[in-house]
Design a protein around this ligand. Sequence first.
Ligand code: HEC
Ligand code: HEC
Length: 167
Amino acid sequence: MRGQDSPRRHLRRPEWVAVAACVVIFVATTAIGQVVTQKVPQLEGPTPAMETGAAAMLPKWVVDDQRKMRAYPDQPPIIPHSIEGYELSVNANRCLSCHKREFTQDSGAPMISVTHYMTRDGQMIADVSPRRYFCTACHVPQADTQPLVHSTFKDMSELGFKPAGSE
Ligand code: HEC
Ligand code: HEC
């Protein structure tokens, strides 16, 4: 039957090139993947994934009441006091009983800053914004432990610029 030849079965040259490229990319990414998995430090420790290891000792929190310097201006400051047993639930917020604007005169605690009264659209509201209600989502206590991953972070004031008012 004329005009109804069966389609050519074998691949043409450009198609072969595409297939070969795919194979090369597949092999290369698998190899890179293996190298990367070996380089990334294992955060969960040496215990194999499906086994239960011995629990590490609880760290000792730093509770010296010294407000720590921030590593960068927008950093949520770390908590320099104990928060053990403080209720932080939908019914009660122990943190606010000291840090809320109305209570800071008696508690002597630093007031939650103005950003904690802003909605995500920048609207000022009378009470702490719901998105800032669960304090420990951003503020955490600090323990004197070895970092899991080495950090090369440099404070911006060490990067060699001349701060305002330094003469
Ligand atoms: C009994 C009152 C009180 C309660 C409750 C309390 N704080 Fe504090 N907080 C303070 C005081 C006072 C300071 C100032 C440093 C100090 O004396 O420890 C402070 C400091 C801080 C700081 C450091 C601020 C800075 O600028 O460095 C953070 C962050 C903080 N508290 C978060 C919390 C969180 C989160 C909770 C709840 C889990 C909480 N606090 C509960 C009294 C309190
Ligand atoms: C979404 C993250 C987030 C949550 C939730 C949050 N904070 Fe903060 N907080 C910050 C950041 C970021 C800063 C520093 C910059 C700023 O003031 O906005 C800060 C600053 C502070 C300061 C220092 C204020 C100052 O002027 O030095 C205190 C005290 C504080 N927070 C307490 C609290 C308490 C108490 C809660 C819970 C009611 C809370 N924060 C919830 C992110 C958060």
